[in-house]
Ligand binder design. Structure first.
Ligand code: HEM
Ligand SMILES: *[C@@H]1O[C@H](CO)[C@@H](O)[C@H](O)[C@H]1NC(C)=O
Ligand SMILES: *[C@@H]1O[C@H](CO)[C@@H](O)[C@H](O)[C@H]1NC(C)=O
Ligand SMILES: *[C@@H]1O[C@H](CO)[C@@H](O)[C@H](O)[C@H]1NC(C)=O
Ligand SMILES: *[C@@H]1O[C@H](CO)[C@@H](O)[C@H](O)[C@H]1NC(C)=O
Ligand SMILES: *[C@@H]1O[C@H](CO)[C@@H](O)[C@H](O)[C@H]1NC(C)=O
Length: 322
């Protein structure tokens, strides 16, 4: 009887472990194999982000670009080779930067536990730590991702949403990655930090429908301000997406969008759908749930198309397959 009971307990424990691992990732995946991994990553991220808080934005964006192309498998980190143009070198990569942070974290982790911690996990952890360091929310990152061996610039073009997308296209893009309309409303709030090149929105200032017109859905006063910064054809100037607090992770984005001052058509599009509009208004007008929502949607985004178990590999250097 006692033995049967013990056996039953054992079977339940086994089922529980299998269930928890069912998603492939788990909290503290490296607890036994590299207990200091998360602390080392955090320390490295702090080293860079406290000196240059504006680095947090490209680090967050890098994780998003990784996850939307082939899943969160570190493919965004791979360099092009003689025979292959990698995601990094696709057009939407423009201004992806911060690779030195990932490389430094990987080097530090490898020193302690060689060949154990994936670049995909390091990127997910760095993005989390960087956001938390600029007053954003903190979330637990389930780990255990493995690194992919393929990175194609054509896939970046086909899988990343464009700033010219309307709400239908945005919903389709997110839905194809298993993210719902709420996730779209929430994750767009990532644009509360960082900067954009003029070309992501200059069509709205100068030639919206090919008749030398402006986008009627953008605040005309804001259009005048932006025209002073972005002359036609400007490919170098950077504009703050949340002017004044583009280095602080807050919920200003929703106020900006509500005031019709979102930079991209894809930001403005959130006002063209009942569900996304309701979310924008809620976060803009009340002490909302944005920071908590963002944490939850980031965990969800971090699960897209992951490689686990024996798939993929643990890269030795993040820019190269083994
Ligand atoms: C909804 C669809 C999205 C579109 C169309 C979009 C598009 C863009 C574009 C065009 C830029 C400017 C790049 C440049 O010119 O330098 C940008 C920047 C940025 N995006 Fe998004 N994005 C989207 C979703 C996201 C998501 C889900 C996140 C993260 C959760 C994110 C985080 C960022 C950040 C932080 C920046 C600033 C980067 C920097 O300062 O270097 N975006 N995005
Ligand atoms: C890999 O690519 C990054 C960013 O594009 C570049 O800075 C770095 O020098 C490259 N590394 C090597 C070894 O080519
Ligand atoms: C982004 O792609 C362009 C080519 O479209 C390339 O010249 C540039 O170096 C890439 N940026 C990074 C950070 O790899
Ligand atoms: C969104 O864009 C697509 C492709 O250009 C178009 O077919 C569709 O009608 C647009 N939808 C809305 C709601 O504007
Ligand atoms: C505006 O767009 C139209 C159609 O694409 C083009 O023919 C025209 O030259 C553009 N005008 C300017 C000022 O760029
Ligand atoms: C959006 O809301 C308005 C007003 O509440 C309603 O009349 C309309 O049918 C809704 N549209 C959709 C697509 O749900």
């Amino acid at each position: 009887m006692a033995i049967q009971k013990l056996l039953l307990v054992f079977v339940f424990q086994l089922m529980f472990v299998l269930f928890v691992n069912g998603q492939g990732l788990k909290l503290g995946f490296y607890q036994k194999t590299c207990p200091s991994a998360e602390a080392i990553v955090k320390q490295t991220t702090a080293h860079f982000v406290t000196r240059a808080p504006s680095l947090a934005a490209p680090l967050l964006r890098m994780h998003f670009h990784d996850c939307f192309v082939r899943g969160c498998d570190g493919s965004v980190l791979l360099n092009s080779t003689k025979n292959n143009q990698a995601e990094k070198d696709a057009f939407p990569n423009q201004s992806l930067r911060g690779f030195q942070v990932i490389d430094a974290a990987k080097t530090a982790v490898e020193k302690k536990c060689p060949g154990v911690v994936s670049c995909a996990d390091i990127l997910a952890l760095v993005a989390r730590d960087a956001v938390a360091m600029i007053k954003g929310p903190f979330w637990q990152v389930p780990t255990g991702r493995r690194d992919g061996r393929v990175s194609l610039s054509s896939e970046a073009l086909n899988n990343l949403p464009s700033p010219f997308f309307n709400i239908t296209q945005l919903k389709a893009s997110f839905s194809s990655k298993g993210l719902d309309v709420k996730d779209l409303s929430v994750l767009s709030g990532g644009h509360t930090i960082g900067t954009s090149h003029c070309f992501g929105f200059s069509n709205r200032l100068y030639n919206f429908t090919g008749k030398g017109d402006t986008d009627p859905t953008m605040d005309p006063n804001y259009i005048d301000q932006l025209k002073k910064k972005c002359k036609p054809g400007d490919v170098t100037t950077l504009v703050e997406m949340d002017p004044g607090s583009f280095r602080i992770f807050d919920s200003d984005y929703y106020n900006i969008v509500r005031k019709r001052r979102g930079l991209f058509q894809s930001d403005a599009a959130l006002l063209t759908d009942n569900e996304t509009k309701a979310y924008v208004q809620l976060q803009a007008t009340s002490q909302g749930s944005f920071l908590n929502d963002f944490a939850a949607s980031m965990v969800k985004m971090g699960q897209i198309g992951i490689l686990t178990g024996n798939s993929g590999e643990i890269r030795k250097k993040c820019a190269f397959i083994n």
